[in-house]
Design a protein around this ligand. Sequence first.
Ligand SMILES: [Zn+2]
Length: 450
Amino acid sequence: MRTVVNGCAIATVDGAGTEYPHGHVVIDGDRITAVGAGDFDGPADQVIDGRGCLATPGLVNTHHHLYQWATRGLAQQSNLFDWLVELYPVWAGIDDELVYVTTAAGLGALALSGCTTAADHHYVFPRGSGDLIGTQVEAAGAVGVRLHACRGSMDLGVSQGGLPPDSVVESTDAALAATAEAIERHHDPSPSSRVRVAVAPCSPFSVTSDLMREAASLARAHGVRLHTHLAETVEEDAFCRDRFGCTPVEYAEKLGWLGDDVWLAHGVHLDDGAVARLGATGTGVAHCPSSNARLGAGIARVRDLLDAGAPVGLGVDGTASQEAGELGPELRQAMLVARLRGGPAALTAREALALGTTGGARCLGRDGELGSLEPGKLADLALWRIDGIGHAGIDDPVAALVFGPPARVEALLVGGRPVVRAGRLVHADEDSLARDLTRVSRTLLRKAGR
Ligand SMILES: [Zn+2]
């Protein structure tokens, strides 16, 4: 099966930054076999007309909590800790159906905003809720997006000095056993994998040091990656200094949580030493600019992290703290907040696009097969329409995409297979996803007495 995309501008995001004002991409099976200037006029089973569009690698989302699609619009003026304390009791009521619906709807929204691979960090497992990671895998398969399911966990309840209520935490042993089971059942290490599992205890204020240490050993024994929240807010920084006598990054290092198999969500409050350690160890950062802004958490030092050599990807974060949940607009948001922090040259449009593609692929350990449009890589591609009123007349297509308003995704291919066509999901119905989302959200809020 050969698919050809003709007539579009192309930003390959390869190492040399190769771009074509008018070019083609040839896909055989699930791989890219050629990228070049002009139209391809050889044989093809399917030709996608890319005129008026920009082709980029499919975007990679490095941090999310898809179940939070059911709890949007709450605690609107709260900082992270107050927001969590208000929401934990609501989340205690999630079930298998809610996880299916929110995963499908959230991945649908991501696909419609250019995302072909999404990491999700799920850390709420009410007793008796079954194999929720398996439910997410099923929903991702139905939408057609690659999933990196991060099996989260919490074992430090409020009675032990943590933040979450005891009712939503697991025991250390149960969390480790369930994480091992998720890897054994669902992790596919193959290069063309559509499902990978990572080990992901939640955060310093909801997880014991024992679980952090054991989780790192478990991940390394299975050859899977490690993910957690770190250095998100000043309150977390104070918590770590108070409880552990060190900064969050020093704490992570003591527990074996720095390395090129680790990526951390946020990394907002980092001193110079921490930035240098993340760079030297190759530890990745999932930068979530809209969530950080919504919670008033601060602006991450993305320019400094890049200069230090740390992999940096983009994340929408959970949609209870970033109600938009779309990845395309985060390119713009990342560029703008970097400039608020470091001036107008702090991050270019092309660097923002690289965060959302190659940077994300590095965070997930998949830069060998994802993140750029190059022969040999998996055919994950977003085709953005840039000839409408929002973008027309901007000569530089990458500037149109990143500086301009959110661009409609004309087509999205994952492993060469269409997931979005003419701006609509191919395998799922948006209207019924929206109806299901309304229903499960209302049921959950009613259960929580809200
Ligand atoms: Zn998060």
